[in-house]
Design a protein around this ligand. Structure first.
Ligand code: SAH
Ligand code: SF4
Ligand code: F3S
Length: 449
């Protein structure tokens, strides 16, 4: 390992789009490049290397990448062409060769499964005129080749435990860009979690495209893993995302009953409340299956709050199907949720379906649905006023003298308080709601953990 010093320090700027797994991957790419002397650059101008970590999930993903590359090209030229420009992530995986054809000034194109090979790619790209493309799914596991994370993530940290997806929902590119479902070994996960805690993490969110499909062979599934993680001294809170209803098994539901560190907030995408559309989406569960899972979760953990993802205007969605989604939302209640207009993705089954919903109708449905979700979110937050909630403080607050953190339900909370409380949990009385956060007062200065 070369030592970082003034002479060989190079500046790396990473631009991250997409999901939390991309955020995690960006951190790991910085980790693999650190031994080569790369340190973080806050701004892209004049950086020695820029990585654009891309997302392919919706809309004009590729066009957005090409327009950003046009901007970065200018920055590269300003360095006399010295800057190394890399495109990573899901658009790189899906459109690799096309990127080099349309943007020949790009030096490296790499998919999400190959970034452990970045040092070697950088060496190859540094030899003049040599563009490098690595978008295969290599036989080796990238996690076996990554160094321990060098840059602490802070009080709240992400840890990828599972990648890829075998579910092939009709609308989704992820099985193509991330490849087949794959679980990391429990031992490696526990080691990384202990390392994160030693660097100051008090909350860990386990990540995976289908995180609850994680399996550890004979030792069991995610429920078992959560029990083992909860034993780590100093680790106060656990979360996991994103889950598929089909993988919400008894062991995992029991974990919500038994593990106090497992936060009572779960992102469980349902996409639609119509059985016809759920079938067309190849979700392989019904709306009632979802209702039953939610009931069982509430039996296990009565205060559990749910978040979800919804798609409006999937091919074939009628006004009645849309109404079924609205009913499901009214019935279950989601304090927080994401909703999207269906966006045809090249190469996915739904993109070729004949019964596409007109854009204006998708817009209309999205507005109606989002109005309901906003109302539910506001009601949930308003119901928190007057309550005392444990808040894990993770950094400064909105205004000077304030600190900020999250409630168990992932609400952002700001209070006036000492920075000494950062990294600790304290009880906060919620006094007011703001558009994207809650404000409160410390019940007592004392830390509860
Ligand atoms: N693995 C997760 C979701 C990954 S993508 C799951 O199964 O739930 C995140 C969200 O993006 C999805 O839940 C879905 O709501 C949305 N999404 C994915 N593809 C989409 C598309 N083609 N159009 C609109 N929304 C889409
Ligand atoms: Fe995409 Fe469906 Fe897999 Fe989620 S489960 S990543 S929506 S294919
Ligand atoms: Fe986007 Fe890839 Fe994540 S398509 S949502 S960055 S898995």
């Amino acid at each position: 390992m070369s030592v970082m010093n003034g002479n060989n320090l190079k500046r790396l700027h990473v631009i991250t789009w997409g999901c939390q797994m991309n955020v995690y991957d960006s951190g790991r790419m910085a980790d693999v490049l650190a031994p080569l002397g790369y340190g973080p650059a806050a701004e892209p101008d004049g950086a020695d290397m820029i990585i654009l970590n891309t997302c392919h999930i919706r809309d004009k993903a590729a066009e957005k990448v090409f327009s950003e590359l046009g901007r970065l090209r200018g920055l590269k030229e300003a360095t006399g062409g010295r800057m190394i420009l890399a495109v990573a992530g899901c658009v790189a995986q899906a459109e690799g060769a096309e990127i080099l054809r349309r943007a020949p000034y790009v030096d490296i194109v790499l998919g999400p499964q190959t970034y452990h090979r970045l040092p070697e790619m950088v060496a190859r790209a540094s030899r003049a005129g040599n563009a490098v493309i690595e978008t295969d799914f290599p036989p080796e596991d990238k996690f076996d080749h990554l160094p321990e994370s060098l840059t602490p993530q802070g009080v709240t940290a992400f840890l990828t435990i599972q990648e890829g997806c075998d579910k092939f929902c009709s609308f989704c590119v992820v099985p193509y860009t991330r490849g087949a479902e794959q679980s990391r070994p429990a031992e490696a996960i526990l080691r990384e979690a202990r390392h994160l805690v030693s660097q100051g993490a008090r909350e860990i969110t386990l990540l995976g495209q289908n995180v609850n499909a994680w399996h550890g062979g004979e030792t069991g599934g995610l429920g078992r893993l959560l029990r083992d993680l909860a034993e780590i001294p100093g680790l106060l809170r656990l979360r996991y995302a994103t889950s598929h209803p089909r993988d919400m098994n008894d062991e995992l539901i029991a974990a919500h009953r038994d593990i106090p560190a497992l936060m009572p907030f779960l992102h469980l995408p349902v996409q639609s409340g119509s059985d016809r559309i759920l079938a067309a989406m190849n979700r392989r569960h019904t709306a009632d299956d979802y209702r039953r899972i939610v009931d069982r979760l509430h039996d296990a953990r009565p205060d559990l709050a749910l978040s979800s993802d919804f798609i409006v205007g999937h091919p074939g969605e009628t006004p009645a199907d849309f109404e079924a989604t609205m009913s499901l939302i009214r019935e279950i209640g989601f304090p927080q949720a994401y909703s999207f207009k269906y966006s045809p993705r090249p190469g996915t089954p739904a993109a070729g379906a004949g019964d596409q919903v007109p854009e204006a109708e998708k817009d209309r449905r999205l507005q109606v649905l989002q109005a309901l979700l906003r109302e539910q979110q506001t009601d949930f937050n308003a119901a928190c006023v007057g309550l005392e909630l444990p808040v894990l403080f993770s950094g400064p607050g909105r205004h000077p003298g304030q600190i900020g953190g999250r409630s168990p339900f992932l609400q952002a909370v700001h209070v006036t308080g000492s920075p000494h409380l950062i990294g600790h949990e304290s009880m906060v009385r919620i006094v007011d709601i703001r558009p994207n956060s809650l404000s409160g007062t410390l019940v007592q200065e004392r830390r509860i953990a």
